[in-house]
Structures are given as C-alpha cells and as structure tokens.
Design a protein around this ligand. Structure first.
Ligand code: UDP
Length: 316
C-alpha cells in the first residue's frame, strides 16, 4: 500500500510544491488549508488525482482522522509573509500554538512522523552571522514581528515537549528566505514586490537604507531539503536556506534589474519595514550538508527567471 502524508498549508507556497513532490513519489497526499493565505490555484492541477484529497479546513479546529494509516505530517500551515502576519496577528499565534498542538496530537495517535516548518525568524535580529542552529536568537517578544517569531518558537518548544513526554517522532527545519513560482503576487515579500515592479516598469521600493541582508533560496531546492529531513530520523532543528546568496536588499534590486534588463530606479526614501527588521540573515547549513547531504543548487538567475515567468503568466 502506498504511503500517506498529510500536509497542512497544502495550497500555500511551500505546501503546494510538497503536494507535487509527494504525489510524484507515489504517496497518497491529504491536503488541508484554511485558504487565508493559501490559494486553490496552487493545487488545482491535482484535484482530479485519486491519490490526492484536499479540504478547506482550519487546523485550529483539530485535524481530521480519516481512519487510514498515516506515515507523515508535514506541518506547513502558517502566515509567513510580514504584511499577512501583521494583519492577522492572533491567527498567526494560534496556528503556531493550537494548530501545532492539534497536529502533534494526530501524529502521536497515528504513530506518524511530524515535520514542523520553523523559520530563520527564531533568530530574530541576529547578533551573529551566519546563524547556526546552536544560536538562541535575539527576539523581541512584544515587537512588530513577535506574533510570527514567538508562534514559531512556541511551536518548536511544543514539538520537543511532545517528543520528550509522549514519544512523538518529530522533526524541525528552520527555513530561510525562499522564493519561486506560487508565491502570492500580493504577498508583500521582497522578491515578488521587486519583480512585480520590474514587470510594471515602476521604481523599486527599497525599505530603509537597503543595507539589510537576506539569503535567497529557490523553492525547488528548499522542498528537496524538507523531504530529505522527513526521510531521515533526525529531530533537528536543521537550517534550510542558501548561504551562497546573501546580499543586501539594494544589491538584490540592482541585480534583478540587470537580469531583466530594466533601468534601476529606486522609489523615494521609504521607512524600514519595521524597527526590528533583521539587519543580517544568512544560514549556516553545515548540519543540513552533513546529516541530509543537502545543498541548494539552483542559480540566482535561473530561480529568478522562473519566478518572473510565473508572475508574468499570472498577469496574462
Ligand atoms: N523589503 C523591501 N521592499 C519591499 C519588501 C521588502 O525593501 O517592497 C525589505 C524588507 O524591509 C526586509 C527585506 O526586504 O528588509 C525582506 O523582507 P521580506 O518581507 O521579503 O521578508 P523577511 O525576510 O523580512 O521576513
């Protein structure tokens, strides 16, 4: 009998790519999404597939048990974009707390492994760079990003508590900035904003002085890392991200203009995204290399072209 994975956040950016990956592997896939941020278009091509089932469902109300054996839960449900989590603050905290508790309860009941998608935001505005998993972070618990950061930090603690006290088979990955097709065009994150502005011939909205850095990983590489972690027996946390592509936001803007042959125009001075906007973010992926044999492979140019083409198609 084929193996069975339940994916929370199934019609979201990462969730939908994972649905594709596990269907391609011959698994049965059950997808759940409350569609607050997830979009049906992302999984529409799978809806007629007998190996795929999908429900619009809020995991804060519990996770359905369809009575069939379950091998794996990939717990991706979350509001991951700053404009979304700042608008839906309580929902963001609750999906990290109640949603994760409910996912852990089902995993424990079914004896399934459960992988939680944590984030580089657990490191906050880091005081060391690159960030390795042993760094505890520099997080403001009541700051403008706290609803997201603390929901993920709480969820990590809950995962470990279930492992220690209930014997649940848990895995944690910490995901750094990721981009690619199926990011919402209105997501508000920097890659979609800049590519959209290039497509529209508008100036690029660089926040603050633009010297803050991020490291950009292509979605195809990222979901491969998630699947490798799920296949392993490791608990983690394990960082997944692209250490080779750390750049300032200003450098990102200039580089994208070069790739897409657009003039580089910066919009008038804009305030920083928020006062806790991390200054630097770069993953140390030594653990992922050693434990999972994982390394991002897609070049900046190939990944950005795929994302640009996707956004262009959506407009047409
Ligand atoms: N950013 C920007 N212009 C935009 C959107 C984002 O300069 O139109 C900046 C933002 O201030 C942050 C970085 O790009 O410093 C990454 O922001 P994003 O929202 O993509 O994700 P984050 O890494 O902050 O979660």
């Amino acid at each position: 009998m084929s193996r069975h994975v339940l994916i929370t956040g199934a019609s979201g950016f990462l969730g939908s790519h994972l649905c594709d990956l596990y269907i391609a592997r011959g698994w049965r896939v059950t997808g759940l999404d409350n569609e607050l941020a997830g979009r049906r278009e992302n999984i529409a091509h799978l809806l007629g597939n007998p190996a795929f089932s999908y429900q619009v469902h809020d995991i804060c109300d519990g996770l359905p048990d369809d009575g069939r054996p379950l091998d794996l839960i990939l717990h991706l449900a979350s509001l991951a974009s700053p404009p979304f989590y700042k608008r839906l603050q309580v929902e963001t905290l609750m999906v990290g707390a109640i949603g994760t508790r409910n996912a852990l309860e089902l995993a424990t009941l079914k004896g399934a492994r459960i992988l939680f998608s944590s984030t580089s935001e657990v490191y906050g505005d880091p005081l060391e760079s690159p960030q390795s998993e042993s760094y505890w972070g520099n997080v403001n618990p009541i700051g403008p990003r706290s609803m997201y950061d603390e929901s993920k930090r709480f969820a990590e603690a809950l995962m470990v508590a279930y492992q220690k006290t209930r014997g649940t088979n848990v895995a944690i990955v910490r995901i750094f900035n990721t981009y690619g097709p199926r990011l919402r065009p209105d997501d508000g994150r920097v890659v979609t904003e800049f590519l959209g502005q290039i497509l529209d011939g508008k100036p690029l909205t660089v926040h603050g002085d633009g010297t803050q850095t991020r490291s950009f990983c292509y979605v195809g590489d990222l979901v491969d890392g998630i699947a490798r972690m799920a296949d392993s027996t490791h608990t983690g946390p394990v960082n997944l991200g692209n250490p080779h592509e750390e750049m300032s936001i200003l450098a990102l803007a200039e580089r994208l203009c070069r790739v897409f042959d657009a003039p580089f125009n910066r919009s008038g001075p804009l305030p920083p995204q928020d006062e806790n906007d991390p200054r630097r973010r770069r993953p140390d992926i030594s653990l992922a290399r050693t434990l999972l044999g994982w390394e991002p492979r897609t070049t900046f140019e190939d990944g950005m072209r795929a994302t640009y083409d996707y956004l262009k198609t959506l407009r047409a």
